[in-house]
Design a protein around this ligand. Structure first.
Ligand SMILES: Cc1cc2nc3c(=O)[nH]c(=O)nc-3n(C[C@H](O)[C@H](O)[C@H](O)COP(=O)(O)OP(=O)(O)OC[C@H]3O[C@@H](n4cnc5c(N)ncnc54)[C@H](O)[C@@H]3O)c2cc1C
Length: 390
């Protein structure tokens, strides 16, 4: 490794890498089984996560989390990205923005059990008619006495099938903050919540993304996160975090692909020579490695800037630039890897085929590439290049 980091950072990185290396051999089996690991392997992996101290690495130590720096989280997430089929998602990172706004009741009921790994959460924000434009949501929250009554149909609710509770974003239907956003937390088995359908997606992972209806779901006011009107703030906080981690996982995926395809290019012979001998192949490898290095430097530096306390608006722009560049880089690398593997690269048992499908979503979720460009350009006009990348 060429990037300067402390011995502690390097140790964390090595441990995460070794853990993910243990999962990689299960990928083809998971691919053929809806993304599922054999139950005993999953159990063992979850136990290893706890043993390694990788449960809730993004949460403060005083709450029982790992208390990792942002840079250390990036080092772990980069390794998570090296496995296909989301096998390394057993390293779970709860909503890091929550402790700052959660009430004592919410802390005890949901946050602390999530940090200890007993509970899992999912997010219901996107709707059929509102994705990039989150303000276009039509879900409503109507205050009735001490309760709120929630209605709306949410799309792509990732991990709903594996979660105990859900965050639901809606617009307030009445009261002094009518029309503004509010976020609620509730158990997934709250009456009125139902799965409408579970569509199939390009990737094969155990976490589903169902369409979920919330029909007259009645929750006490104690289930409101923060205050009325604050709903969008939390989403932004989470987007920033996840965009950086997508950058990290994209780098991990690209490194894995480059490793695999370089080995293949050294072995596979055509016209009497290893294909790595031909410049057509060499150029694809060289471009992939060069772009990976650029993406990794961006990701690491953006993480360290957050640890150093850089202004939030700059963080926002830098996380968007990292996600944009690293996710697009990883897609280019996957495309070249399929090409270098030839026909094998089109087989589901091949790592390049799986990543070719799986990495596509990194350019879509947590804000599409176009939305990242909108954010970056907006910040450029407001703050100038020197402030953002100088
Ligand atoms: C696998 C998967 C899992 C997901 N998980 C979750 C989840 O757990 N919870 C959740 O709430 N959401 C989730 N999402 C939703 C995801 O965040 C949205 O799909 C994403 O933000 C894009 O929204 P959209 O699909 O509605 O696309 P749209 O907003 O309809 O965009 C369509 C196209 O228009 C472009 N576009 C839109 N506005 C502009 C503009 N201003 N300038 C230029 N181009 C523009 C977009 O870039 C895109 O190319 C998930 C999505 C997927 C695919």
């Amino acid at each position: 490794m060429t990037y300067p980091m402390s011995d502690e950072d390097r140790e964390i990185q090595a441990k995460a890498r070794a853990f993910v290396d243990e999962l990689i051999p299960f990928e083809p089996e998971a691919e053929m089984n809806g993304g599922e690991l054999p139950p005993e392997v999953l159990k063992q992996a979850e136990a290893r996560v706890r043993e390694l101290g990788f449960e809730a690495i993004n949460m403060p130590k005083e709450l029982g989390g790992g208390g990792f720096t942002t840079f250390q989280q990036v080092l772990v997430q980069e390794q998570v990205g090296r496995a296909t089929n989301a096998l390394a998602w057993v390293i779970h990172t709860p909503a890091s923005w929550l402790p700052a706004v959660a009430t004592d009741y919410q802390m005890e009921r949901w946050v602390r059990p999530t940090i200890t790994g007993e509970l899992r959460e999912c997010y219901a924000i996107t709707e059929e008619g509102a994705g990039s434009d989150v303000d276009g949501i039509t879900a409503t929250a109507r205050r009735e006495g001490d309760d709120y009554v929630l209605n709306g149909v949410k799309w792509h609710v990732t991990s709903f099938n594996l979660s105990e509770y859900v965050f639901f974003q809606a617009k307030l239907a009445n009261g002094p903050h009518a029309g503004s956003h509010a976020m609620f937390i509730m158990d997934v088995d709250t009456p009125g919540i139902r799965v409408v359908r579970t569509p199939a997606y390009s990737h094969t992972i155990a976490h589903h993304h169902p369409v979920v209806a919330f029909e007259d779901v009645r929750v006490p006011a104690s289930h409101l996160i923060g205050t009325e009107g604050e709903g969008m703030t939390f989403a932004h906080e989470w987007f920033r975090y996840e965009r950086l981690m997508i950058g990290a996982r994209s780098c991990g995926a690209a490194e894995r692909l480059i490793d695999e395809v370089t080995a293949f290019a050294g072995e596979r012979r055509a016209y009497g020579k290893p294909i790595g001998h031909y410049q057509g192949i060499q150029f694809m490898l060289a471009d992939s490695l060069t772009e990976l290095w650029a993406a990794r430097l961006m990701t690491y530096r953006a993480a360290q800037a957050i640890d150093e306390g850089v202004d939030r608006k700059i963080q926002h722009a830098q996380c968007s630039m990292t996600k944009l560049y690293a996710s697009e880089m990883a897609n280019r690398v996957a495309d070249r890897a399929v090409q270098i593997f030839g026909g094998r690269g089109y087989m589901r048992e091949n790592v390049a085929e799986r990543f070719y499908r799986e990495l596509r979503v990194e350019r879509l979720w947590e804000g599409t590439s176009e939305i990242q460009r909108v954010i970056i350009a907006d910040q450029l006009f407001k703050r100038g290049a020197q402030t953002l990348v100088g």
